[in-house]
Design a protein around this ligand. Structure first.
Ligand SMILES: Cc1ncc(COP(=O)(O)O)c(C=O)c1O
Length: 405
């Protein structure tokens, strides 16, 4: 077997299962999970109909590059959403959800012979780490700073690490922090990329769920604003899963540097990751419609507006810029909080330390795991259920506090 497989970490939900294996939650409370970041709203009817209406497509092998009509639909969306002008033939590629693409990308980009480093945020989406390890690279974790709206502390990366960096994952809006990277931060990363030659993989799968008046800045949008219209060394990863409530459809696209996408397409041809023609048709319908996205976003905004006033007074938490997570400080052990909350109130949350790693943190921040003492709550269930979970958390925190005082 590939020895690198042994370096993979257990997935956070497996660790959560083990953490809570001996707990029998109180049956008086119905179970509510804020653990998994999976959208729960129904898939729009027109997308389902489009899938059903495209079944004849099953009689053909799809091209790995996707149908021109799908690539045009993706390019059209980039134009409407970010004002970008991209060549659908060379700068866009459909992928089967951003997860597989984020993983496969590292395999295509990394040269394992040159002691590669993959730089990624901390906390982070665990696929970055697994992708780096299986590509033969060493991950370098960069802590996000709670004092600066969880901005990742890129300045803390030592020069020798940048010198070996071949790939940088950024996640904006961030999972779990919800932080959106501003233009100045993009500018800094582009400069570093120019100096050291690494590729930037920009994971933007939460870009359509936001709470500020302004839609999150995209990586390619930032590049274009800074005059980098060839998107050199930049590839963005976009997904329908959260935007259109179709995580089961497995559809997204990558866009950016044409020279890199050409090589990525070559890799994907051998990897065998063409998108089903049926899914391609439904994806065209989804990218071409914005009304359902507006409604979806409004549902999240209403839900967060109801939950925040409940949790704000009892946890160290604030409304994120975007995404559907709350990243809350619990003032103690995150694993003990998650266990006790489940044991007493039948609410599941994800301990923050499970989605971050021990690392040397920047000056001013304590060493260790930047997720420790925090929990991630995915507000994906219906509003009433999330409000009920928040009310139980309030009771839980208050009873804990009164016991400790
Ligand atoms: C940060 C981040 N990136 C990528 C993904 C993958 O999404 P998908 O493969 O459904 O596009 C997820 C899923 O939860 C995520 O949280």
């Amino acid at each position: 077997m590939n020895p690198l497989l042994t370096r993979l970490q257990p997935y956070p939900f497996e660790r959560l299962r083990q953490l809570c294996a001996d707990i029998t939650p109180p049956p008086a409370f119905r179970p509510i999970s804020l653990g998994l970041g999976e959208p729960k709203y129904p898939t729009p009817e027109f997308i389902k109909q489009s899938l059903a209406g495209a079944l004849d497509g099953l009689a053909h092998y799809p091209a790995t590059a996707g149908e021109p009509a799908l690539r045009e639909a993706c390019a059209g969306w980039l134009q409407r959403r970010y004002g970008l002008h991209v060549d659908a033939r060379t700068q866009v590629l459909p992928v089967n959800g951003s997860r597989e693409a984020l993983f496969a990308f590292a395999q295509a980009v990394i040269d394992p012979a040159r002691q590669p480093v993959v730089v990624c945020p901390n906390p982070f989406y665990q696929i970055y780490e697994g992708a780096a390890l299986l590509a033969g690279a060493q991950p370098h974790y960069v802590a996000s700073d709670p004092a600066r709206n969880f901005a990742v502390d890129w300045d803390s990366v030592p020069a020798p690490v940048w010198a070996r960096a071949q790939l940088l994952y950024v996640c904006s809006p961030g999972n779990p922090t919800g932080a959106v990277m501003p233009l100045a931060e993009w500018s800094k990363l582009f400069e570093l990329s120019d100096r050291h030659g690494f590729v930037i993989a920009s994971d933007e799968c939460y870009s359509e769920i936001y709470f500020t008046g302004e839609p999150p800045l995209g990586g390619m949008e930032a590049a274009a604003r800074l005059g980098r219209t060839d998107f050199r060394n930049l590839v963005s990863f976009t997904s329908l899963s959260k935007r259109s409530n179709v995580p089961g459809m497995r559809s997204g696209f990558v866009a950016g540097d044409a020279a890199i996408l050409k090589q990525f397409l070559l890799y994907r041809t051998y990897h065998g990751s063409a998108m089903s023609p049926v899914v391609q048709q439904a994806s065209i319908a989804a990218w071409n419609d914005e009304q359902h996205v507006v409604e979806n976003r409004a549902m999240y905004q209403r839900k967060f507006a109801q939950v925040m006033p409940l949790l704000g007074p009892v946890l160290d938490v604030r409304l994120p810029d975007a995404g559907f997570y709350l990243w809350a400080g619990v003032g103690g052990s995150d694993t003990a909080f998650a266990r006790d909350l489940l044991a007493q109130y039948n609410v599941t949350v994800l301990p923050g330390s499970f989605i971050a790693r021990e690392a040397a943190n920047p000056p001013g921040q304590p060493a260790g795991n930047p997720g420790a003492g925090r929990i991630r709550m995915a507000l994906v269930a219906e509003t009433a259920e999330c409000v009920e979970a928040a009310q139980r958390i309030v009771q839980f925190v208050q009873s804990r506090n009164s016991r400790h005082s």
